[in-house]
Design a protein around this ligand. Structure first.
Ligand code: NIG
Ligand code: FE
Length: 413
C-alpha cells in the first residue's frame, strides 16, 4: 500500500458523478487550505487541512506533497480529439488563412481525406509514435484522461488499426484513453457520390467488427452538409447503439443541419462542436440533458464565431470543453488554451470552465465515476497550478500555468 498526503493546497473541485447544468455548472467546492489523502492511487479523503490532519492521528505517509498554498484542481479530461493521425497539414492552414473554406478543401479531396491517405500509408509503429507525442504533450499540460476518435481510416482494416493504436497509447502511457469509433468521419474517395453505400459498409461490416473486437466505447458521426445527413447519421447511430456503443455526434459544426436535435432524440451522451447550433437544437439538448461538448479552439482556428455557450448554460444544457486536437480544424492538444478561450471568448466564468473541463467532460466519456472531481473513491488525478485560483489559466495568457501533473497519485510532470 502506498499512502500520500497532499497539503497546504487551495483545492477547487466540482462534486458528484453526473453532469452539472445551469446554475450548478459553476458550483465548485473551494477549500482555501485543503488536504487530500491518497491511497494506492485513489483519493481516500479530502477536506480542510486541520480536519484531515486531526483525523490521521500520527499516520505515516510515503510522500507528503506541500503545495505551498497554490491551487489544486482535478486533471483535465479532454473528451473530443482526433489525436491519432500520421501527418500534419500545415499547407492547408495557409490555404484557409488565404480564404479557402474548410469544407471546400474536403470537397476537393484534401482535409480529412488527406489525413486518410497518410494514415493508410503509415505503419502501425509510425502512427503510434505520432499519437504518443501528442498524448504526452497533452499530459504535460494537464490532460489526465483523453478521448481519441478513429476516422482517418475509412475502411474496415484501417479503422480497426487506428483503434488498436489508440488502445496501445492507453496501455503505454499514464493516460486513461477512451476510444471512439468514427468510421463516419467523411465519405472515402472510393464511395464518392455513394454515401449510402459507405453507410452500408459501416453498418454491415465496420460496426460488427468493432463490437467483436470490443475496441471502442463510443461511436461518433460527422453530421454535416455534404458529409453525413441526419438520416444517415441516425442509421449509423441506431446500429451502434444496438451493438452496445455509447453515442456521440459531431453536430452543427459548420451548418445547422439539426444534428443537435438528433443527438438529443437518440439519447446521445454528447453533441459536439455546435458552432452553428440554433435555438431549436439548444432547447432539445436542454430537454434531453445531452452534454454540449464545446471546442473553442476550433472556432479560433476556423475563424468562426464561438458556440453560444452562455445561452446553453442559461437554458440548462450541461457544457463540457475539449481541444478537438486534429491536424485540420484545431491543431492544439492544450486544455489550458481551451480553458482560456472558454473564459475570454465564450464568457464562461472560471468555475463554469473548470466544471466543463473536468467533471462534465469526464461524464461525457463515461468516466464520471472514475475521475473529473477530487472526492473519495475517485482516482487521484490532479494538477498543481502556478496561481491561487483556476482563473490563472485564463489570466496568465499563453503561459503554462500547470506546474505539476499527478495521475493516480503519481507525479507525471
Ligand atoms: O472535429 N469535423 C470533423 N472532424 C474534425 C476535423 C478533422 C480534420 O480536419 O482532420 C473536427 O473539426
Ligand atoms: Fe472533431
Amino acid at each position: 500500500m502506498i499512502a500520500k498526503l497532499v497539503r497546504n493546497a487551495g483545492i477547487y473541485t466540482p462534486e458528484g458523478a453526473s453532469p452539472s447544468a445551469g446554475k450548478d455548472q459553476g458550483a465548485v467546492r473551494f477549500l482555501p487550505r485543503g488536504a487530500m489523502v491518497i491511497r494506492d492511487g485513489l483519493i481516500e479523503a479530502v477536506g480542510p487541512e486541520e480536519k484531515i490532519l486531526s483525523s490521521l492521528s500520527g499516520r505515516e505517509f510515503d510522500e507528503e506533497i506541500d503545495c505551498g498554498g497554490r491551487c489544486v484542481i482535478p486533471g483535465f479530461v479532454d473528451p473530443h480529439t482526433h489525436m491519432c493521425f500520421a501527418r500534419r497539414r500545415e499547407e492547408e492552414f495557409s490555404l484557409r488563412l488565404a480564404g479557402t473554406p474548410y469544407l471546400e478543401i474536403l470537397r476537393k479531396g484534401g482535409g480529412i481525406l488527406s489525413s486518410v491517405r497518410s494514415v493508410r500509408e503509415a505503419t502501425d509503429g509510425d502512427l503510434f509514435e505520432n499519437t504518443l507525442v501528442l498524448a504526452l504533450s497533452a499530459l504535460s499540460m494537464g490532460t489526465t484522461t483523453v478521448e481519441m476518435k478513429s476516422g482517418y481510416g475509412l475502411d474496415t482494416e484501417t479503422e480497426l488499426r487506428m483503434l488498436s493504436v489508440i488502445r496501445r497509447v492507453g496501455r503505454e502511457t499514464p493516460l486513461d484513453v477512451v476510444p471512439t469509433f468514427m468510421g463516419a468521419h467523411a465519405v472515402p474517395e472510393l464511395y464518392r457520390g455513394n454515401g449510402d453505400g459507405y453507410v452500408d459498409l459501416i453498418v454491415e461490416e465496420m460496426l460488427p467488427a468493432v463490437e467483436e473486437q470490443g475496441i471502442a466505447r463510443f461511436c461518433d458521426v460527422f453530421c454535416e452538409e455534404g458529409v453525413f445527413s441526419v438520416s444517415q447519421t441516425e442509421r449509423i447511430l441506431a446500429e451502434a447503439s444496438r451493438r452496445g456503443l455509447g453515442l456521440k455526434v459531431h453536430a452543427d459544426e459548420v451548418h445547422d443541419t439539426g444534428g443537435a436535435a438528433l443527438a438529443a432524440r437518440m439519447g446521445a451522451v454528447s453533441a459536439e462542436h455546435l458552432l452553428a447550433a440554433g435555438d431549436e437544437g439548444i432547447s432539445a439538448l436542454a430537454k434531453s440533458g445531452t452534454t454540449a461538448i464545446l471546442l473553442p479552439a476550433t472556432a479560433y482556428s476556423l475563424r468562426k464565431p464561438y458556440a453560444r455557450a452562455r445561452d446553453m448554460i442559461e437554458r440548462g444544457v450541461p457544457v463540457a470543453l475539449a481541444t478537438d486536437c486534429n491536424p485540420g480544424s484545431s491543431f492544439t492538444e492544450s486544455m489550458p488554451f481551451v480553458f482560456g478561450l472558454a473564459v475570454m471568448a465564450m464568457g464562461l466564468t472560471p468555475e463554469e470552465a473548470l466544471t466543463a473541463a473536468t467533471k462534465n467532460s469526464a461524464c461525457a466519456v463515461g468516466m464520471g465515476a472514475v475521475c473529473g472531481t477530487l472526492e473519495p473513491g475517485k482516482q487521484a488525478d490532479f494538477l498543481l497550478l502556478d496561481g491561487e485560483t483556476p482563473a490563472i489559466l485564463a489570466y496568465h495568457a499563453g503561459v503554462p500555468a500547470v506546474e505539476g501533473v499527478y495521475k493516480k497519485g503519481e507525479q507525471v510532470r
